[in-house]
Design a protein around this ligand. Structure first.
Ligand SMILES: CC(C)(COP(=O)(O)OP(=O)(O)OC[C@H]1O[C@@H](n2cnc3c(N)ncnc32)[C@H](O)[C@@H]1OP(=O)(O)O)[C@@H](O)C(=O)NCCC(=O)NCCS
Length: 253
């Protein structure tokens, strides 16, 4: 057996499995060959996997061809954008929020209310095998955990003295990362999103991080234009596929 054959091909994702109540795993390769695809099929059968996530690069035509042949469904185009303070001038509009400040414990209810409804461009909402109420809970849980320490900072924008949007900041050794950004539908197109991005970039710079990344969806034109307007440039484009072995009853095959 070669060394590559001894390497694990997939990994069970415990958090996703517990959260969605289905056995979910991830393929540990960004490319497909017939050998990798066959080994993944066997691993998933042995481990009774319901859904396998596969994050593919876009450069290898064989990977895309095999993904289609092996019934992987395209769920999202994953766009990574980045901002570097030295090379990129950020153009920010004035934001219309009354105030941007760190999140407080009593914001949580409002933040969860905003988060539950707005991430309809995500791969979970797009893939109709995931129940919509669980997709909503996923983002409610994400913002809640972010406020409880998963993120190093959560900044909240107020509009008419109510929390109207938030942005989460994660610190990595070499870069900052924006996690979740969300604006209440009734406070959009007022510059609040741009104001929150400016505040997050300021927060990262105050923590000596001048390279900031964010991930959004290829179908999320509003978010891409917002980040582009704030000086972020496209850094990477990848494809999220979901391979369903055992779709939940009552959902499409
Ligand atoms: C994307 C989102 C954060 C924008 O927030 P916002 O406060 O409305 O954005 P702003 O008012 O600061 O807009 C700044 C720029 O973003 C772009 N933009 C914002 N909404 C847009 C839309 N619906 N369509 C196209 N461009 C849009 C525009 O370039 C805009 O500048 P302009 O007003 O001069 O045209 C908000 O629509 C949202 O919360 N969407 C759902 C959650 C989401 O997608 N989050 C980001 C995922 S990573």
């Amino acid at each position: 057996m070669s060394e590559s054959e001894r390497m694990p091909i997939c990994q069970l994702l415990i958090w996703d499995t517990n959260f969605f109540g289905m056995r979910i795993a991830r393929l540990l390769s960004s490319t497909l060959s017939s050998d990798i695809a066959d080994r993944a099929e066997s691993w998933c059968a042995e481990n009774r996997i319901d859904c396998l996530y596969f994050l593919a690069g876009t450069q290898d035509p064989e990977t895309i061809l095999l993904a289609e042949r092996y019934k992987y469904s395209l769920a999202d185009i994953r766009m990574t954008l980045s901002w570097r303070n030295k090379s990129q001038a950020a153009v920010f509009r004035n934001d219309a929020s009354d105030e941007i400040r760190p999140a407080r414990a009593d914001d949580l209810g409002m933040l969860k209310e905003i988060a539950g409804d707005i991430y309809t461009d995500s791969r979970f909402y797009f893939d109709r095998h995931f129940p919509r109420e669980l997709c909503a809970r996923l983002y409610e849980t994400w913002i809640e955990e972010s406020c409880k320490g998963y993120a190093q900072a959560v900044l909240v924008a107020q509009y008419h003295r109510q929390p109207a949007g938030y942005i989460t900041c994660h610190v990595h050794p070499e870069h900052g990362q924006i996690g979740l950004l969300g604006i209440s539908p009734n406070a959009r197109k007022l510059g609040i999103g741009a104001g929150l991005i400016r505040a997050a970039v300021d927060w990262f710079e105050a923590h000596d991080l001048s390279y900031v990344t964010v991930v959004t969806q290829g179908r999320n034109i509003a978010a891409q234009r917002l980040y582009q307007q704030c000086g972020f440039l496209t850094e990477k484009c990848e494809l999220w596929y979901h391979r369903w072995f055992n779709p939940p009853a009552g959902t499409p095959e």
